[in-house]
Ligand binder design. Structure first.
Ligand code: GLC
Length: 739
């Protein structure tokens, strides 16, 4: 009886709707329905041709939707630091739009150096708003590949040498992006730790290092960040390209981590149809027909997951199960992005975003050394500052590969210093050396004429003459975004500063005791002059507001609080990969012989003193740590333990300190690093203020990955919790037991 009433009621609704010309909305279009119902409904309506079509690009940065069903195209765009300007349909060169000049945020090494999860959220939210406004559905970033060697050209795009730091900083970035209805796309999955031979190198790494060092940030992105897309990397692992890799994509990403999102290839990273079908790839993006070689333009129908795939299905050589799975993930991505009717509208090129970038820069700049408190510069007592170095004025937002940008503006360090000094202090500039005089990438030009006729000697002589008469000399050098510097596609050739900058710095150090060296880079560099220079600042690629942030730190408006996200080795051989002779490998093979001993883990193991340690960063104030205590002497696998420590600002001005927690397993059945980062908290303290910082950990922070058991294991025994201000600046320890 009841059922009849229900049926007739539904019928009545149906008729009345059709009377008023409204047919009931199809399930897939009804965003009040559960996601999986919508997916299945849309899938059931698609033809096999339409299903194959959504699995590959239709243009440089877009893939087709289903026009017949009103499912929109999917628009992706680089990059991790800002929204790349528009290119032509099937070209890398500029489309010449006049509405796509963006705000450039600091490079991700700078974000990592802030050790501030709120900055990561602010970063993701801001760049996500820019992507949303530009109607992009997928932002091709962030990158989280681990800093294995200081020569890797793309380290500036990533988050340093420690998996815990990268894991904690990538999650808020993803959340911030995706709250705009834009998918983040964490890259490059996985083991993309060099640019040399990046399309063909096969990485051999033991499972322990894979799971403890190279995967955690990706796993956090998936399980905590709930990232909607992942980008496969160009390189190979177990002799399979990572863009279609059974082990990484099927077994680990989906099998072990439960990733529900879509896997997209790196551009041209696909080279095998059957592998692409069966090994977990969803959308093939790229550069012409056969992967990485040139081919006829607009060859998207010839992509590996295009006609070749359709033909295999039509010949009955492969089924459509894998295809349906791909399409389900692509539809889900569409419902989360292009078809989300409630997503915000974003904003673009705003002062708010410039301010966000500036804040992140202020928090990420690292004061490496400050002997005799040369810094901060008191402008009221300073008549003349000489600024020397090409990086004081060279634009850094153009170049470096796919993260290159066309910006609304970029305030150079020199302009920032001049602006901040105003009329009260004279700022004089000398180039000091010639580095990279180019200033264009993919047709975007900086507009700077950096051509130089004078010889190196003349440039040095000019700098030295000026240095003698200055109250302060600020040398601003480092690397840049050109080939073999901090750039995609090639690695650095040496740890040393290029362009004979060491000589210039040595000469300046002889002439002025108030010499400040600012290293603008995304990588560690050698500093043979480190004992001759009183003040050293690590200024990253800081983006649109670079000059403002740097000037604020140099004159003390901002108290620096950044900490290094990677170690600065004294010499290249102090780095594990280079000590063991496996960078960048040869004959398309590279073996990560150092295993888990990457970065400070290696320095601790080999008792090597780094030039500057992971987690190192000074302040214009001072901090005093109390003794760390544990809330229990014994914990268990199912239990947690909390450590607390008081930190006091013993200086005269407010400052922030990043309190770091490392865990040391005093006895283990397998070799373990001396200690590993398992917690950090950035606290702001007024002069004289004390705060109690606490860290609560569970047994996962005590575990290591046992490859034989293929499982994380926390072995009972003695452990130590170490509170530190860097990986070598230990403040106090407390022992505890795991039952
Ligand atoms: C590049 C990069 C990748 C970028 C993509 C699109 O080769 O490896 O990070 O997002 O292609 O430009």
């Amino acid at each position: 009886m009841f059922r009849n009433i229900k049926a007739s009621a539904l019928l009545l609704v149906g008729i009345s709707l059709s009377l008023f010309g409204q047919t009931p909305r199809a399930v897939y279009l009804d965003d009040t329905r559960p996601m999986n119902e919508r997916v299945e409904d849309a899938l059931s309506r698609m033809t096999v041709q339409e299903k194959v079509a959504v699995c590959h690009a239709q243009s440089k940065f877009s893939s087709t939707g289903v026009p017949r069903l009103g499912i929109p195209e999917l628009w992706t765009m680089d990059g991790p630091h800002g929204i790349r300007p528009e290119v032509f349909w099937d070209e890398w060169s500029q489309a010449g739009w006049t509405n796509d000049s963006c705000i450039a945020f600091p490079a991700l090494t700078c974000l990592a150096a802030s050790w501030d999860k709120e900055m990561a959220l602010l970063y993701g939210k801001s760049i996500g708003e820019e992507a949303r406004y530009r109607n992009k559905n997928v932002l091709l970033g962030p990158g989280v590949n681990i800093y294995r060697s200081p020569l890797n050209g793309r380290n500036f795009e990533y988050m340093g040498e420690d998996p815990f730091l990268a894991s904690k900083m990538v999650v808020p970035y993803i959340k911030g992006v995706q709250q705009n209805g834009v998918a983040a796309c964490v890259k490059h999955f996985a083991l993309n730790n060099q640019e040399t031979d990046r399309f063909g190198v096969n990485v051999t790494v033991d499972d322990r290092a894979l799971y403890e060092i190279y995967l955690p940030a990706f796993k956090a992105a998936v399980q905590e960040g709930e990232v909607w897309t992942i980008m496969g990397s160009y390189n190979l692992y177990k002799n399979q390209h990572c863009c279609h890799n059974q082990y990484l994509l099927n077994d680990i990403l989906r099998g072990e981590w439960g990733f529900k999102g879509a896997v997209i290839s790196d551009w041209g990273g696909v080279s095998n149809t059957r592998e692409a079908i069966f090994n977990g790839l969803d959308i093939e993006f790229g550069t012409w027909t056969d992967g990485l070689k040139t081919g006829t333009s607009n060859a998207y129908d010839n992509y590996y997951l295009a006609k070749p795939y359709l033909q295999l299905i039509q010949k009955g050589e492969v089924g459509t199960k894998e295809l349906d799975d791909k399409v389900r993930r692509i539809l889900r991505l569409a419902f989360l992005t292009s078809m989300d009717r409630n997503k915000p509208f974003g904003s673009f090129g705003t002062e708010e975003h410039a301010l966000a970038g500036r804040k992140i820069a202020e928090e990420g700049i690292v004061l490496l050394k400050n002997k005799n408190n040369v810094l901060p510069i008191d402008l009221s007592k300073t008549k003349r500052i000489v600024v020397i170095g090409e990086n004081a004025l060279k634009k850094m937002t153009v170049g470096g590969g796919s993260s290159s940008l066309k910006v609304k503006y970029e305030l150079s360090p020199l302009d920032g210093i001049k602006k901040r000094a105003g009329a009260q202090t004279e700022i004089v500039y000398a180039r000091g050396y010639v580095g990279d005089a180019t200033g264009s990438y993919n047709g975007v030009v900086t507009g700077q004429d950096l051509s130089e006729k004078r010889s190196a000697d003349e440039l040095l002589a000019e700098a030295c003459t000026l240095a003698k008469t200055a109250d302060y000399v600020i040398f601003i050098g480092g690397l840049n975004k050109s080939e073999n510097q901090d750039s995609e596609g090639a690695d650095r050739l040496s740890l040393s500063l290029p362009y004979h900058q060491d000589k210039v710095i040595e000469e300046l150090a002889k002439l002025n005791k108030n010499l400040v060296v600012v290293n603008i880079s995304g990588n560690a560099v050698a500093m043979p002059w480190v004992n001759k220079v009183p003040a050293i600042v690590q200024g990253w690629f800081l983006g649109t507001e670079a000059g403002t942030a740097l000037a604020e730190v140099l004159v003390g408006d901002v108290n620096p609080s950044g900490k290094l996200p990677f170690s600065f080795p004294v010499k290249l051989e102090d780095n594990a990969a280079h000590a063991l002779g496996e960078f960048p490998g040869k004959d398309h093979q590279v073996t990560y012989n150092e295993g888990i001993f990457v970065g400070y883990r290696w320095h601790d193991k080999q008792n090597i003193k780094p030039l500057f340690s992971f987690g190192h960063g000074l302040s214009y104030t001072t901090f005093e740590y109390g003794k760390v205590s544990a809330d229990k002497k014994e914990t268990s696998a199912a239990d947690k333990v909390t450590f607390t420590v008081d930190v006091k600002n013993t200086g005269k001005r407010e400052g922030s300190e990043v309190v770091q927690l490392y865990i040391s397993d005093l006895k283990s059945s397998l070799p373990r690093p001396l200690k590993e980062l398992k917690g950090f908290e950035k606290v702001s303290l007024k002069a004289g203020e004390t705060k109690t910082v606490s860290f609560t950990i569970d047994s996962s922070a005590l575990s290591f990955f046992d490859a034989d058991k293929h499982a994380w294991v926390a072995e009972p025994g003695d452990f130590e919790a170490i509170v530190a201000a860097s990986s070598t600046d230990i403040k106090s320890k407390v022992g505890f037991k795991l039952k």
